[in-house]
Ligand binder design. Structure first.
Ligand code: FAD
Length: 291
């Protein structure tokens, strides 16, 4: 049995002091990942001496929306994310990703920060957050640092967070001009729907031309990675002339280039191709180029 002392911090300052003063501290937010690992007596948790509960820290629960920028506190739950009107109206693929996470109970407990820090290849929020070119704000007693979310991920279940740091918030710029986004997901079954595959697509259009494209699959590669090759292919083309099926196949090929042929490739190749096709078709339809 893993033996540890449970500590609860009520403010970020308290949590940061504990992280600075003590060794072998494991943060717990909603606990939907950590408690599973503790229950399994995961080897990764054998070394912990303290479980630091940050779930009561109010200052980490804020969603701030400015004119061009969004800040999501690390303790914002998936339920709060999906109920947020601004996101539903302006960043709907984030709402769609949050809506499909687990079950109501998981969405009520699970947090944005936990999803990002756990860095599971199947973490659903990563795809839209990567497509939005988000940054994470990490805080320690020494100060704050911002990291691009792409630079924050070190590998599957690994990030560049230091032992004395807390993820304070995730920030991103609201896309400017005419933009469209879409999220697609396939899970094993509806009730507790951990992604078999998901995909987020965001594009900015100017006079019908794709100025910016971000296609990011989830659970397709060892850790969430933007498919820059597809983005480069799409950018500069007329949205009306994009063939979603062909782009879908290219995305599937890009996945296999990263992963190599694996036991899951016969399933994932056509599945990812279809998800990308659907995302692009939805965006074309929404933009009025489906004819
Ligand atoms: C039945 C079930 C279904 C699920 N379905 C899905 C799904 O469909 N999609 C999906 O993406 N996920 C799913 N999950 C995984 C999980 O619910 C999410 O990843 C959730 O967002 C984790 O948040 P949490 O607050 O519970 O994290 P916790 O379990 O509290 O923590 C997760 C990790 O993040 C660290 N951490 C948390 N907050 C911080 C912080 N502020 N600063 C630094 N480190 C921090 C912890 O130390 C730990 O390493 C599911 C889990 C279960 C049990």
């Amino acid at each position: 049995m893993i033996d540890y002392q449970f500590i609860k911090a009520n403010t970020a300052a308290e949590a940061l002091k504990i992280l600075a003063d003590k060794n072998n501290v494991k943060i717990i937010a909603g606990g939907t990942d950590v408690l599973v690992e503790l229950h399994k007596e995961s080897r990764d948790l054998e070394m912990i001496d303290y479980l630091l509960d940050i779930s009561g820290i109010e200052e980490l629960k804020e969603i701030k929306i400015a004119e061009d920028k969004v800040e999501i506190g690390s303790l914002v739950t998936h339920s709060r994310l999906l109920k947020n009107k601004f996101f539903a109206e302006n960043i709907p693929f984030l709402t769609a990703a949050a809506k499909d996470i687990g079950s109501t109970q998981i969405r009520n407990r699970g947090t944005v920060g936990g999803n990002v820090c756990n860095a599971s290849p199947a973490a659903d929020l990563f795809a839209p957050l990567l497509a939005l070119e988000s940054e994470v704000v990490l805080r320690s007693q020494k100060g704050k640092r911002n990291l691009k979310i792409t630079d924050f991920i070190k590998g599957p279940y690994k990030t560049h967070i230091r032992n004395d740091e807390l993820l304070e918030k995730v920030v991103f710029k609201i896309p400017a001009g005419e933009y469209y986004c879409n999220f697609q997901k396939i899970g094993r079954r509806k009730a507790l729907n951990i992604s078999r595959l998901c995909l987020a697509f965001l594009t900015v259009i100017e006079d019908g031309v794709i100025k910016k494209a971000h296609l990011v699959p989830g659970a397709a590669t060892p850790y969430p990675t933007p498919f820059k090759k597809i983005d480069d292919y799409l950018e500069g083309k007329l949205l009306a002339e994009i063939d979603p099926a062909e782009t879908g196949k290219m995305a599937a090929d890009a996945m296999v280039e990263i992963t190599g042929e694996r036991w899951s490739t016969p399933y994932k190749r056509p599945a990812l191709s279809k998800l990308a096709e659907r995302a692009l078709s939805c965006v074309k339809e929404e933009a009025g180029y489906d004819g």
